[in-house]
Design a protein around this ligand. Structure first.
Ligand code: ZN
Length: 417
């Protein structure tokens, strides 16, 4: 059967292949993947069926039906994988930006009923079709940045009805446009006003009343383990019960304090531990001994005006598998620009450009348990590809804040608009 899509004249084809395929890239493997020069990649329907140097191209597989994309000597790479977003929410928190600039901290604003709780009020009041329209608009923006798979957390409902609505909206949004959406249940985002001072009771309620309704609807269960949210002991109990119900586990931990949430979750077999700004070296060594991916979110300390960033270089040297994401959300990162996150990881966390590229593709796919299908370019993998407007991969983090995407291909289909 002829190729349905051929991308030729790829100056650099960033395959992300060549390392171990049974676990995330770590240590030297994070930058050890292969770049092919003067290359092509060919697809049939939604799969990659051939790639290599242009001399290896089988011209007999090109027919009148083959769509040919000329990469004009530029970089071609896998679609970006956004492995940590809070996609579905109503309103915004621009009014708190000013308060933050005047020196109020994230936890101060939360304690005064602002922050997450102000988005909860707006989200509870929003109709389902309104939330869907907002999610679809954000997904269109993400797609233009080259995101082809995106994780979407609930967490701005904090009651049964709204939390289930948020998961439903994420799934529906995934069906109505081409970017693949992976829903995560974050009902344990903070303690809602109705359970003020009773975090364990709220987690019991979620376990009893909400988790059973989410089988087959959400892939992962997540919790915000932090002062002012949930303790390590409460988080452990909740995650264990979610695991018994068959969910994969994620955790927000060590964002603002070193409480030990990352080590606890990695020990339970969490697919990812996210933030890690305050992760200490001993706990990082524990995480390195597991398949758990540390998802680092460099735009969050930037937006919260904090000096402390996750110790990316140290984590890489320790052999922790690391990924990068925006943490797109209305409070601590209203940006959908994963390219900017990648640049800031180089500037503030000590990533090299090649490591940062692996952290937004293959390792981010590992953080969603999707690495067998996406995140690298190899025969049999899904045809999620980007043609960029730069000739060398080193330019990707260099053009700070720019969007280098020229073409987005999702499932073998070239996207427009
Ligand atoms: Zn988050």
């Amino acid at each position: 059967m002829a190729y349905s899509l051929l991308i030729r004249n790829c100056g650099q084809l960033l395959t992300l292949a060549g390392g171990p395929t049974d676990q995330p890239l770590r240590g030297p493997h994070l930058a050890g993947w292969r770049i092919l020069e003067n290359a092509f990649v060919a697809c049939q329907d939604d799969k990659i069926v051939a790639l290599g140097s242009i001399a290896e191209l089988d011209e007999a597989q090109i027919s009148a039906e083959t769509k040919v994309l000329d990469a004009a000597g530029k970089v071609v790479m896998p679609g970006l994988v956004e492995c940590h977003t809070h996609l579905v929410f109503a309103g915004n928190r621009a009014h708190e930006f000013q308060r933050k600039l005047q020196g109020e901290s994230y936890l101060d604003i939360l304690a005064s009923g602002g922050g997450i709780l102000s988005t909860v009020r707006a989200t509870r009041a929003a109709a389902e079709d309104e939330l869907l329209a907002i999610a679809l608009r954000h997904l269109r923006d993400f797609r233009r940045y080259g995101i082809t798979t995106l994780e979407a957390k609930s967490g701005y409902g904090l009651d049964k009805e709204t939390e289930l609505r948020l998961v439903r909206v994420a799934r529906q949004a995934g069906r109505q446009q081409p970017v693949r959406v992976v829903p995560t249940f974050l009902g344990a985002h903070v303690v809602p006003p109705e359970y003020k001072g009773r975090p364990a009771d709220y987690l019991d309620f979620l376990t009893r009343e909400v988790l059973p309704e989410l089988a087959g609807e959400a892939d992962f269960v997540d919790i915000f383990c932090e002062e002012g949210a949930f303790s390590v002991a409460d988080s452990r109990r909740y995650l264990q019960r979610a695991q018994q119900l068959g969910f994969g586990l994620k955790i927000h931990a060590e964002q603002l304090h070193d409480l030990g949430g990352c080590a606890m979750a990695a020990e339970l077999g969490a697919i990812s531990v996210d933030h890690c700004d305050y992760l200490n070296a001993a706990d990082a060594a524990g995480v390195a001994a597991t398949p758990t991916v540390a998802v680092l979110l460099p735009l969050v300390p930037l937006f919260l005006r904090q000096e402390k960033y996750a110790p990316g270089r140290q984590l890489i040297e320790q052999g922790v598998a690391v990924a990068l994401s925006t943490d797109f959300n209305p409070g601590s990162c209203p940006s959908k620009n994963l390219w900017l996150a990648l640049s800031v990881a180089c500037l503030k966390m000590g990533f090299t450009p090649k490591e940062a590229i692996a952290a937004v593709t293959l390792n981010a796919a590992w953080a969603l348990n999707l690495a067998p299908e996406i995140g690298s370019l190899a025969v049999g993998k899904r045809a999620d590809l980007l043609v960029l407007d730069v000739a060398d991969y080193q330019e990707i983090p260099y053009w700070l804040g720019e969007n280098p995407v020229r073409n987005v291909v999702i499932g073998g289909q070239v996207q427009h608009g």
